[in-house]
Ligand binder design. Structure first.
Ligand SMILES: [Zn+2]
Length: 248
């Protein structure tokens, strides 16, 4: 990416967070920003309780103590735009930004988890960064084990997904969410946190073997068995329609 593009994006990001008439509300661990008359203003008490709960879970799992309050922006629009991509949320200049509008509300811990994950291990593969942000989250009331069964290619090559997640697009993200959810329930939150602190593209297999007592191939087989045992109750064509809708 050219330096001109980065400067332009910085400038736009400053405009985005600087020009809106942000109202502020402080909690124990956050400075929440929202716009007057927006859905976030209406729900601000509920949102404060929710993000403090997400903060407790994330910091306990990853044994992370932030050294300052985290800035959290609730934008009254959807989609948001980040480096040319449309999205529900992003992190920029140490601040969390999420969409919170009548059109769609990000009420998940996804971006806050990314914030914590980036602080504790910048060398973690993107697969585990993305997957860990989506642990246990559902879309349209369906788990990601169910989404993987419906939408991912029949023969998933987990190692290829970990080494090159961009190649697989959305189905690759769903595989990451599902596999990390599986690992989290197998290891428990403390051990999962230890795993994440150590994981790199080169060591994920031996580190997982040390923590679970199982070779990576056996873990992959157990996860695939779990995915295959899911009941989805929907036809593949309907599932593909939903996936396109989620590409925002
Ligand atoms: Zn993400």
């Amino acid at each position: 990416m050219s330096s001109t593009r980065i400067v332009a994006c910085c400038f736009i990001a400053v405009l985005i967070s600087g020009c809106a008439h942000w109202q502020r509300r402080q909690t124990t661990h956050f400075v929440m920003h929202y716009e007057k008359g927006s859905p976030a203003e209406r729900d601000i008490d509920e949102l404060a309780v929710k993000i403090e709960g997400f903060h407790k879970d994330a910091t306990e799992t990853y044994d992370f103590i932030p050294d300052r309050k985290i800035s959290y922006y609730f934008h009254n629009r959807l989609p948001l735009s980040f480096f040319g991509s449309q999205c529900w949320g992003y992190i920029w200049m140490d601040r969390i930004h999420v969409a919170y509008s009548e059109k769609g509300k990000d009420e998940s811990p996804h971006e806050l988890r990314h914030y914590v994950l980036h602080k504790i291990n910048r060398s973690a593969p993107d697969f585990f960064d993305e997957g860990s942000a989506g642990i246990g989250i559902k879309i349209q009331d369906k788990t990601f084990h169910q989404w993987v069964k419906e939408t991912a290619p029949a023969k998933i090559d987990l190692e290829a997904c970990i080494k090159n997640p961009d190649r697989f697009g959305k189905p690759g993200d769903f595989v990451a969410y599902s596999f990390c959810t599986f690992l989290f329930s197998k290891l428990g939150n403390k051990k999962y946190g230890q795993f994440y602190r150590r994981v790199t593209k080169k060591n994920y297999s031996p580190v997982l073997e040390e923590l679970t007592g199982m070779p990576f191939g056996s873990l992959e087989a157990e996860w695939k068995k779990l995915v295959q045992a899911q009941h989805t109750g929907r036809k593949k064509s309907e599932a593909n329609k939903s996936m396109n809708h989620d590409k925002q």
